[in-house]
Write a protein that binds this ligand. Sequence first.
Ligand SMILES: [Zn+2]
Length: 119
Amino acid sequence: MINKRNDVKLERIQKRRDAGTVVKRFPGVAEIVINMTYNQKGIRPIIRTFNFSPNSYAFFRIDCLSKECVDGGFDLTRVITTMIRNRSVVEKGALNCEGNDPSGDSSDIVYEVTIQYMK
Ligand SMILES: [Zn+2]
């Protein structure tokens, strides 16, 4: 279990590097902000904010916060790519965790993505 978790972690770091930077992938984007509320059965909702500058890695997959959930997460890549293509400024939605939590507690997020474009 520990080893699998480390493998997944290393794989994530590699994927983040492979994603390239925001300025390279999406020139013209000044800032991306992800506000999310993480919901999981039995715990209080957790609010998180992620900021991406042009020099950040263009990797928009957020890990699941459940300790038991190894390969779970929330992938906002499609949401953000579509927003940039349409020059959208704000987008709201919800996503379920992609992983299979052995404890059976599925989790989800409610997100709000805000993108600022360069003039
Ligand atoms: Zn999960």
